[in-house]
Structures are given as structure tokens and as C-alpha cells.
Design a protein around this ligand. Structure first.
Ligand code: PEP
Length: 259
């Protein structure tokens, strides 16, 4: 049993519909009983319109649910955005922040990611904060520089929060961009090296809960490769994209995390 309780989080991205979701929720409800949820935390992150459906189907199960993103500001003329206060109103207790698809496609900066974390902290919404290098950055030997910069911004936001998030509500996800949706999973050794670096950097930033912080690996995790990744000392579960849409695949990953 690991010192840190593993987390398996499903990022559905812009997938699903009300019927497909119902099938997935039904399968998760049936398979993820309280004994398993005593060993791992499971968080499901559907698109915003289905958060209410997630609440209805999962609310009484111990399976947690969260958003895929959150606004960097409190309120105002930000068409299309959803604030941390609104998520909290809905009973939503998690949000992914800084996913590479938002960093790349929406041009989200480290400063914006930090602002989103501040908003979440102010409203008690836990964060799954994503970091990771591109293939070009890895090949240029810049992985640690990139991760260091991203972790510094996250740690500064956590430290500045007037109402700090409890350590169990702060999750980091190392997701090498070259591994997301590509089928090219990082080796357990590459993942471990990055996770150790991230944990040490968090500590060097003065974040007191660095040793207790769950750091997830994300990037083409499947039931078949999950166990070898999760066996690494600093890999505390996974952020799962494609495989979170197939009940058997996602459940296989959950079982690997609980083993
Ligand atoms: C993700 O989108 O966060 C992700 C890890 O995707 P995939 O598992 O499909 O690589």
C-alpha cells in the first residue's frame, strides 16, 4: 500500500452524450464499491453541461466528479467562462487546471493557471493542476526547465491563497504533451524521474505538503500499462483521457491503482 492514497481521474474532454454518460456512470457505480474507494480516490471530469448528471448519478457513491477547467477571474463579462464559485455552488469539488490542450489551444499561460488555482482555493474547489513538456522541449533538454517554471507558478498560487487548499485537494498531473492521446506512453522510469523532480521542486518552493501531494501521470495510460507506471515511487495514480471513456478500460486502471 502506498503512503499517498492514489487518485485516478478521468478527463472526458469534449466527449459523451446523455445516454453514453448514463452507461458509464452505471458501470462505475456498479464496479467501484466503498472498499475499493477506501484504497483510491476516483474523480470523473465530464464536460460542463453534464456536471449535473454526474452529481445525480455519483453523488451518493463516493466517486467524485469535477470540471475540466475554471475561469481565472471571479465574475464579469467573460462570455463562456464558468467561475469557481459557480462550480462550488453546484457541489463540484474538483477542477482540472492548465491542461496542455488549454495551454496550447487557448494560449493559457502559467499566470492564468495560477489565477485559476487562486480562484479554486478561494472557493474550496480542489485542483488537478497539469504540467508537462512538449516533444521539442524534451528533445532540447528543456524538460526540467519547463516543469520547474510550471511548478513554481503553481506553488506560488498555493502559497498566496488566503484560504489554502488542504493537501488532499491539491493534485498535480505530469502529462508530457508528446504522450497525450498519442499511444506513446512515457516509460515508468521517465515518469518517475519527472515526478521526483516535480516533488523536489514543490518542496524547494517552500510548499510544506510536497511529500504528501499526489502527483499523477497522464499520457496514454491504459489498463495494460497502468500497473508498471503506478508502481513507481512518486507516481500516485493517473489522469486518464481516452481510456476514461470506456468503462472496462477505466475500471482496469482503477484496479491497477488499488492493487
Ligand atoms: C489527458 O487528456 O489528460 C490524457 C492523459 O489523455 P490520454 O489518456 O488520452 O492520453
Amino acid at each position: 500500500m502506498k503512503a499517498r492514497k492514489p487518485v485516478v481521474a478521468g478527463n472526458w474532454k469534449m466527449n459523451g452524450d446523455i445516454v453514453a454518460n448514463e452507461h458509464l456512470f452505471t458501470a462505475l457505480r456498479a464496479a467501484l464499491g466503498r472498499p475499493l474507494l477506501g484504497r483510491i480516490d476516483v474523480v470523473v471530469c465530464p464536460p460542463y453541461p453534464y456536471l449535473g448528471q454526474a452529481a445525480a448519478w455519483l453523488g451518493d457513491t463516493g466517486i467524485e466528479w469535477g470540471a475540466q477547467d475554471v475561469a481565472a477571474v471571479a465574475n464579469g463579462a467573460f462570455t463562456g467562462d464558468v467561475s469557481a464559485a459557480m462550480l462550488a455552488d453546484l457541489g463540484c469539488r474538483w477542477s482540472i487546471v492548465g491542461h496542455s490542450e488549454r495551454r496550447q489551444m487557448a494560449g493559457e499561460s502559467d499566470e492564468q493557471v495560477a489565477a485559476k488555482i487562486s480562484m479554486c482555493a478561494a472557493h474550496g474547489v480542489g485542483v488537478i493542476a497539469c504540467i508537462g513538456e512538449t516533444l521539442d522541449e524534451r528533445e532540447a533538454g528543456a524538460t526540467e526547465a519547463v516543469l520547474g517554471r510550471q511548478v513554481d507558478a503553481i506553488a506560488a498560487a498555493l502559497a498566496a491563497a488566503a484560504q489554502p487548499l488542504p493537501p488532499e485537494r491539491v493534485v498535480l498531473a505530469y502529462e508530457p504533451v508528446w504522450a497525450i492521446g498519442t499511444g506513446r506512453t512515457a516509460s515508468p522510469e521517465i515518469a518517475q524521474a519527472a515526478h521526483r523532480f516535480v516533488r523536489e521542486r514543490l518542496a524547494a518552493c517552500g510548499y510544506g505538503a510536497a511529500a504528501a501531494t499526489r502527483i499523477l501521470y497522464g499520457g496514454s495510460v491504459k489498463a495494460a500499462n497502468a500497473a508498471s507506471l503506478f508502481a513507481m515511487h512518486d507516481v500516485d495514480g493517473g489522469l486518464i483521457g481516452g481510456a476514461s471513456l470506456v468503462a472496462d478500460d477505466f475500471l482496469g486502471i482503477c484496479r491497477a491503482a488499488a492493487a
